[in-house]
Design a protein around this ligand. Structure first.
Ligand code: ZN
Length: 379
């Protein structure tokens, strides 16, 4: 995470694809970066994509910003120092993204997950208007400007009917490859009121992307509100754990057998320990959830995928290999830089110590199998 941690040991880590014979590129050819974050420069940038009524509403209510409170613009981890522009903004233009990611690491595709505070709004109609504007802005300002870019559909998850309408509105554009929600919303994601969203995901070949972040309807820890941002960010894995349990226990994968869920920026290494506990107690308590007819570990390996930045593990090849072994699957990890969040320094975007075969799966095969709209195998 920090410069001290990632930078100090960078030199000894083996993670450059050029060492595996992938000439001229950091990765196997065809790599797909599954987590990029374009920054909305200001609320004014979205006004042209709102109709007159909502523009007036923004003015009358004095809305000055919908910055995601989960990523304060000035916080060090929100953007790497060398990726910030003159006024501190990062990932504000497609030119910046090209120079710092697309042309530097040459991925075949990059998937944009825009984290703007649409989910913070209590007015469901205003949230829907901003989700629409945000997706229009991403289309015009990013997707139309670089053919390597794809994006997630940001939905007003506060209201399933409105979220569904936004999915249906975007589904005709194949450059939208995923539906995006935050790890901590108003209700657990397994609850039935969300199920029409999952039906739409299945129908259109869209995984559900669950990204770190909160709508702040509830405290970000199960104990109440923390005092510091470091507690907020570190606690996100608790929300991911609860969402995995909710989606499985409520029977989502019995109802939607082809649904894939991508956990974005979750940290990854919390999963094996959690699954051990979850699977153990499922064995003892499964009579209350008869529709969960196999171990949660098996269900997770079939239905869940995780992006690799950040990877919460020491920067030591042997430890990383052991951690990845604990997942008991080579199909679960997806390459992501999490640009411009500060998860690593230099070009150390891949975990150290992984075999060329596994790196190829993480960078190319697994993303293609996860996102059918990228032209790979359907789930
Ligand atoms: Zn991210």
């Amino acid at each position: 995470m920090s410069a001290e941690v990632t930078g100090a040991s960078q030199g000894k880590a083996v993670r450059d694809g050029r060492e595996h014979g992938w000439a001229g590129t950091l990765f196997a050819p065809g790599a797909i970066d599954c987590d990029l974050h374009p920054t909305v420069p200001s609320i004014a940038a979205l006004l042209p994509y709102l109709d007159e009524f909502w523009r007036d509403t923004v003015e009358e209510r004095g809305l000055e910003s919908l910055e995601s409170a989960s990523y304060p613009p000035g916080a060090p981890i929100t953007a790497r120092p060398d990726w910030r522009g003159p006024r501190g903004a990062a990932a504000a233009t497609v030119e910046q993204l090209r120079e710092q990611v697309l042309d530097r690491w040459s991925p075949r595709f990059g998937i944009l997950n825009c984290l703007y505070g649409v989910q913070l709004l209590f007015d469901e109609n205003l949230a829907a208007a901003f989700a629409r504007a945000l997706n229009d802005w991403v289309t015009a300002e990013w997707l139309d400007r670089d053919p390597r870019l794809r994006a997630s559909i940001v939905v007003p998850v506060q209201n399933t009917e409105l979220a569904l309408a936004e999915i249906e509105r975007r589904a005709a554009d194949p450059r939208f490859v995923q539906v995006l929600v935050l790890a901590a919303g108003e209700t657990p994601l397994g609850r039935r009121d969300h199920w029409p969203i999952y039906a739409a995901c299945e129908k259109h070949g869209l995984p559900l992307g669950v990204h770190a972040g909160s709508g702040y309807r509830h405290p970000v820890t199960s104990l109440g509100w923390p005092s510091h941002y470091v507690e907020d960010y570190s606690s996100q894995s608790q929300a991911f754990q609860s969402q995995v349990a909710s989606l499985i226990c409520e029977g989502v994968f019995s109802k939607f057998p082809t649904l894939r869920v991508v956990l974005l920026e979750s940290g990854v290494t919390w999963l094996p320990g959690f699954l051990w506990r979850f699977s153990k107690f499922w064995r003892g308590l499964r009579t209350e959830v008869p529709w969960v007819d196999r171990s949660p570990g098996e269900i997770v390996r079939d239905h869940f995928r995780l992006t690799i930045q950040p990877l919460d593990a020491p920067d030591d090849p042997d430890t990383v290999r052991r951690v990845v072994d604990h997942l008991e699957s080579d199909e679960m990890l997806l390459f992501a830089s999490d640009y411009p969040h500060w998860q690593f320094d230099g070009d150390a975007v891949l975990p150290p110590g992984l075999s060329p075969e596994l790196l190829r799966r993480i960078t190319v095969d697994n993303p293609l199998a996860t996102y059918p709209r990228l032209g790979g195998a359907t789930p």
